[in-house]
Design a protein around this ligand. Sequence first.
Ligand SMILES: [Zn+2]
Length: 87
Amino acid sequence: MTTKANNQVCAVCGGELQATTITHEEKRDSHIYLFQNVPAEVCTACGEIWIDEEVLQQIDKLIEYGVPIGKVEMPVYDFPRAVAPAH
Ligand SMILES: [Zn+2]
């Protein structure tokens, strides 16, 4: 067990980091991979999110070898051509 997360401060502003879990999007080529409940630290001062190198490596492994729990379909818009009906 490592306790270093408890002593870390935000590298952006020096604020206090709080351990939490986040939903993380990772892009590879044209694919987006979604990870739920990823352990991370959030700066209580500026809101910057920090993910351990260890966790990022785990994410890399999951993209290559992991079995996803599901897939989501995402609506895609080409902004210049997108038309929204008036309401
Ligand atoms: Zn900060």
